[in-house]
Write a protein that binds this ligand. Structure first.
Ligand SMILES: Nc1nc2c(ncn2[C@@H]2O[C@H](COP(=O)(O)OP(=O)(O)OP(=O)(O)O)[C@@H](O)[C@H]2O)c(=O)[nH]1
Ligand SMILES: [Mg+2]
Length: 594
C-alpha cells in the first residue's frame, strides 16, 4: 500500500477526485456534505492497475482548515496536488505547496481538475513551475474531469508510476504513529487512526502514549477496513486500544515503540527554505499530526531554539514546519538538530551554541554526539534518534564504545577523566596522608560523574578500589610517614616485644593519636590502651610465653615472664581474655586456653 495526501485550494475538486477514483466518500461528516466542503480529513482507498493499493488522505482546502490539512499531510510522504483548470493557482494552492516543501515531501503528482470547464494548459504550466521550485521538483501532470471521468485512467497509471518510484518502506524501525482521529466503537472501545510511515504493529503490542507514561495495549488492528493481526508500513491503520479511555488521546498524540523516543519541549532546529530575518516570537510548530505553539529564540543565521508548549516525541533529523496562523503563512520548514540541547545560562552561551549548531545537519552522528555530550547513556542516545551499535564491548573507549554499564563516552574526554583520577587520588593522598585512599564517592563528586560505575571503570592499575576507597595498590597498608615510624618501633623493640614505647618516645617517633589510628587500621601496630602499643605479632608471642608457665599463673608471674611492666601486662592479659586465648579464674589467676 502507499498513502498519498491531497493538497490544493478550496473547491478545486480534491474530494470529487478521490470519490471518482475510489468510489468511497471522503467527506465523512453530514455538515461537509451539506456545505459541499471538506472540513476535516477524509480517508479512502482503491486498487491500481498494477494490483497495488493506494490510500488517500483527503484534506480540506479552505483557509480556515489549514491546521487540519497539516495534520493529514504531516505523516504522509507523497502528495496529490490538485488545481482547478478554471481557477488556476490560488492562495491555498501556494500555502499547501509551501507546507509540503517545508516538510520536504519529495514525491507527488499534479492533477488539474475541472478540465471540462476550462483549458487545463495554463493552470498546468503555472502549477508545474511553482512545484518545480520545491522539494517535489519536476512532477507528472494529469488533466482530469471528476464530472466526466476523462483523464482518470491516465491518473491511475500515473499513481502506479508514482508508487513504483517510492523508496522501500522501512519496517524494522520503531513505530511513531501520529494519531489523526480517535473515536469509540461500541463493544471495542477506543480506536485511533493514523498513517504508519515506518515500522510494524501487531495485535498484542505494548506501546507508549506520547502524552502519558503508562503503556497502552493493541487490542485489534484494521487496515483498509479489514481486521489484521499485523500491519507494516506504509499503511493507513486503525488501532483498537485495550482499556484506554477515549478522552485520553486525540489528534496530535502519538503511539510509540516503548523506550525509543525522547519527549522534549526544547529543541534546536535549522530553518529550511528562506527564513525571514524578522521571525515572529511565537509560532505554531506542525509535526506529524501535532500542532503545538512554540516560542522562538534565534541562535545563529538559520538556527533557532524552540520552546514547545507541550512535549513531543521528536528525533534528531525530524522535519517539521513553522506556521504563523494569523498571517496564513508557512514561515518555513525546520530540521531538528538537537532534542536535548544544553541550557543557555552563561553569558555568550547562545553564541557558542550557534557555532555548534552551524556544524550540524540533522543527520544522527554518534561520534559528534559523544564529543558534545561527553558522557551519555546508550538509551538516551537511542531515544534521541542516534543509533548506537549493538552490544559494544565494555572497556575499550573507542568512539561509540560502552565504557561502563550503558554509558558511552567521548574517547578524548574519557582519557582526560582517567588522568584526572590519577591526579585527584594523588592530591587526596597528600591532603589526607593517614587515610587509606580516596573514598569512591568523593572522587565521583570531584569529577562530577553521574554514576559510580564510571568511577569504577576509570580506576586502573596501579590504582585500585579497596573497601570503598581508591588508592595505589598497597596504599591501604600504610601512609609513608607512619610506615617509617613503625619501622623504627620494630628496630628498637623487636628484641623486647612486650616493652611498649613510653608516651614521650611515641611523640619522638612521630606517632600521635591519628598516626597510631592509621597504623592500627592497617594492622601495623596493636593498641592495648591509649598510648600503649605493641607490634602486632606480640599477641601470639605472649600466648607462647604464657603457655610455658605453670598453670594457672598470676599477673606478676606473667609480667616477669614477658619482661614487661604492669602498664603493658594488665591490658595485654585483658585483651587475651577477650580473645579467648587466656581465661581469668575467680582468684584472679589465669590459664592459657588450649
Ligand atoms: N465540472 C466539474 N466540476 C467539478 C469537478 N471536480 C469537482 N467539481 C465540483 O467542484 C465543487 C468542489 O468540489 P470538491 O471535490 O468538493 O472540492 P474540494 O477540493 O474537495 O473542496 P474542499 O475539500 O472544500 O477544499 C463541487 O461542486 C464539485 O462537484 C470537475 O472535474 N468538473
Ligand atoms: Mg474536499
Amino acid at each position: 500500500m502507499f498513502v498519498v495526501a491531497t493538497a490544493g485550494h478550496v473547491d478545486h475538486g480534491k474530494s470529487t477526485l478521490v470519490r471518482a477514483l475510489t468510489g468511497m466518500e471522503p467527506d465523512r461528516w453530514a455538515e461537509e456534505r451539506r456545505r459541499g466542503m471538506t472540513i476535516d480529513l477524509g480517508f479512502a482507498w482503491t486498487t491500481l492497475p498494477s494490483g497495488g493499493t493506494v490510500a488517500f488522505v483527503d484534506v480540506p482546502g479552505h483557509e480556515r482548515f489549514v491546521p487540519n490539512m497539516l495534520a493529514g499531510v504531516g505523516p504522509v510522504p507523497a502528495a496529490l496536488i490538485v488545481v482547478a483548470a478554471d481557477e488556476g493557482w490560488m492562495p491555498q494552492s501556494a500555502e499547501h505547496l509551501a507546507a509540503l516543501d517545508a516538510l520536504g515531501v519529495a514525491y507527488g503528482l499534479l492533477v488539474v481538475t475541472r478540465a471540462d470547464l476550462a483549458d487545463p494548459g495554463p493552470a498546468t504550466a503555472h502549477a508545474r513551475a511553482e512545484i518545480a521550485a520545491t522539494s517535489l521538483g519536476a512532477v507528472q501532470a494529469v488533466a482530469v474531469s471528476g464530472l466526466t471521468g476523462a483523464g482518470l485512467p491516465e491518473l491511475r497509471a500515473a499513481l502506479d508510476r508514482l508508487a513504483a518510484g517510492l523508496p522501500a518502506p522501512v519496517v524494522d524501525d520503531p513505530v511513531r504513529l501520529w494519531v489523526d482521529r480517535s473515536f469509540t466503537v461500541r463493544g471495542s472501545g477506543t480506536v485511533v487512526t493514523g498513517t504508519l510511515g515506518v515500522g510494524r504493529l501487531r495485535v498484542g503490542d505494548e506501546l507508549e502514549l506520547a502524552g502519558a507514561d503508562e503503556p497502552v495495549r493493541v487490542r485489534g488492528l484494521h487496515s483498509l477496513g479489514e481486521a489484521r493481526p499485523e500491519v507494516t508500513a506504509v499503511a493507513r491503520v486503525a488501532v483498537n486500544l485495550r482499556g484506554t479511555p477515549r478522552d485520553r488521546l486525540g489528534r496530535g498524540d502519538a503511539l510509540l515503540t516503548p523506550g525509543r523516543f525522547h519527549r522534549t519541549d526544547l529543541v534546536d532546529v535549522r530553518l529550511t527554505g528562506d527564513p525571514a530575518a524578522d521571525l515572529p516570537a511565537t509560532l505554531i510548530l506542525h509535526v506529524g499530526s501535532a500542532a503545538v505553539p512554540v516560542r522562538v529564540r534565534p541562535l545563529g543565521l538559520d538556527t533557532v531554539r524552540l520552546r514547545l508548549a507541550r512535549p513531543l516525541p521528536l528525533l534528531v533529523g525530524d522535519r517539521a514546519l513553522l506556521r504563523d496562523p494569523g498571517r496564513h503563512h508557512v514561515t518555513g520548514g525546520v530540521r531538528v538538530l538537537d532534542v536535548a540541547p544544553p541550557p543557555l545560562a552563561r553569558r555568550g552561551a547562545a553564541v557558542t551554541r550557534a557555532q555548534v549548531l552551524a556544524e550540524l545537519d540533522g543527520r544522527p552522528d554518534l561520534a559528534g554526539e559523544l564529543r558534545r555530550r561527553r558522557l551519555v547513556r546508550a538509551g538516551a542516545l537511542i531515544r534521541m534518534g542516534v543509533p548506537v551499535p549493538a552490544a559494544p564491548t565494555a572497556g575499550a573507549a573507542e568512539a561509540g564504545a560502552v565504557v561502563a554499564g550503558d554509558w558511552l563516552a567521548d574517547p578524548a574526554h574519557w582519557r582526560r577523566l582517567g588522568e584526572q583520577v590519577t591526579e585527584e587520588v594523588a592530591r587526596y593522598a597528600r591532603e589526607h596522608p593517614l587515610e587509606p585512599g580516596m573514598p569512591v564517592d568523593a572522587l565521583r563528586q570531584r569529577l562530577a560523574l553521574p554514576d559510580r560505575v564510571l568511577v569504577e571503570a576509570l580506576v586502573r592499575p596501579p590504582l585500585r578500589i579497596h573497601a570503598g576507597r581508591v588508592g595505589a595498590a598497597g596504599a591501604d597498608a600504610l601512609p609513608e610517614p607512619v610506615a617509617r615510624a613503625v619501622q623504627r618501633v620494630r628496630a628498637e623493640y623487636g628484641d623486647r616485644p612486650f616493652r611498649a614505647p613510653e608516651a614521650d618516645r611515641l611523640v619522638d617517633l612521630g606517632l600521635g593519636p591519628r598516626e597510631i589510628g592509621a597504623a592500627v587500621r592497617a594492622g601495623a601496630l596493636l593498641r592495648l590502651a591509649d598510648n600503649v602499643v605493641l607490634l602486632p605479632d606480640a599477641l601470639d608471642d605472649a600466648v607462647r610465653v604464657l603457655a610455658g608457665l605453670p598453670q594457672p599463673f598470676t599477673l606478676s608471674a606473667a609480667r616477669q615472664a614477658l619482661d614487661t611492666t604492669r602498664r603493658v601486662a594488665v591490658p595485654l592479659l585483658e585483651l587475651l581474655d577477650r580473645r579467648g586465648a587466656t581465661r581469668r579464674l575467680p582468684d584472679d589467676a589465669r590459664i592459657v586456653v588450649t
